[in-house]
Structures are given as structure tokens and as C-alpha cells.
Design a protein around this ligand. Sequence first.
Ligand SMILES: C[S@@+](CC[C@H](N)C(=O)[O-])C[C@H]1O[C@@H](n2cnc3c(N)ncnc32)[C@H](O)[C@@H]1O
Length: 150
Amino acid sequence: MGRIVLSWRVHPGSWLQSDGHVGFSLNPHRYSSYTGVDLSELAIERAIEAHRRAGRTGKNSFVVHDIFTYVPTRMMDVILFKDSIYYGTNSTILSCLNRLCAILTDKGVFIVHMDNIQRHQRVSNLIYKHFSVLEENNALEETGILMIFR
Ligand SMILES: C[S@@+](CC[C@H](N)C(=O)[O-])C[C@H]1O[C@@H](n2cnc3c(N)ncnc32)[C@H](O)[C@@H]1O
């Protein structure tokens, strides 16, 4: 089992929590702000509603935007692409990640989750070719993969 999964389970206070299945969510006590981005208005409406129901409206914001052209307005510690990065072409993904490198803090990282490593091997290869992969974990689920890199 990789270090990431252990850190979720051994340290339940960490900022990223396993939800007990294959998904994960942010621990509301361990981050200062969060911006969710999706191209779909419906997806954003649902996310706002889910966060409202969970009582997490204070520090979360949501934006309907193309993730491949979205530019955060401040520096970020973590930029997470959860089952979204593979919608881009290699060149779109690469130019997006290269642009976002400038707004990662000193110790900031990208996290990419993909539900099926075989189907999205080209994205994993692209990340390995152009970035420093700090951790890769595929122990959480049968087919998926989580990559941390910068
Ligand atoms: C498989 S769902 C994952 C949803 C969510 N990220 C999660 O993991 O629960 C894929 C999502 O990516 C969004 N998406 C696809 N292409 C996108 C793009 N270029 N910019 C922003 N969102 C995009 C879709 O609207 C959809 O909501």
C-alpha cells in the first residue's frame, strides 16, 4: 500500500480524506480555501448544493470554466484534477500544466486522479515525461491511479 493511502487512513486529520470507498474529499478543517472548476453548469450547481448540505459554504467557491484555460487568481498549494485531465489532448494538457506551474507555491503540487490507468496511459506517460513524479499510487482501487507531481 502506498504512502498516500496510509497517510489518509493513519492520519484522519490530513487534508485529503478517503471516503471509505474509492473516492476522497477534502477535510474542511485542514485547508483555507478551495475553488472547484468544471465546464458544466449542472455539475457546478450540484457541487454547490452538495457543499451547502455539508455545511461547507464558507471557504469554498465554484467556477464554470474550461480547466485547460482557467487561471486561478492566487497562488495554490494543490491543484487537483480528479477524473478531468484526460479530456484534454496531450498538447492542451501540457500547456495547461506548464502555465499552472507558475501559480504553484514553493511546495505546491499537482495531483491527478484517473479512474483507469490503462485507458489513460498516454496522460500518465506525458506526466512522467515532463514532470517530477513524487508519488504514484494505484492501491486505492482496482483500475485507477493517483499521481502527485510538480
Ligand atoms: C468523470 S466527471 C468527474 C467529475 C469530478 N471531477 C469528480 O471527480 O467527481 C468529468 C467532469 O469533467 C468535466 N470536464 C470535462 N472537460 C472539461 C473541461 N475542459 N473543463 C472543465 N471541466 C471539464 C465534465 O463536465 C465532468 O463534470
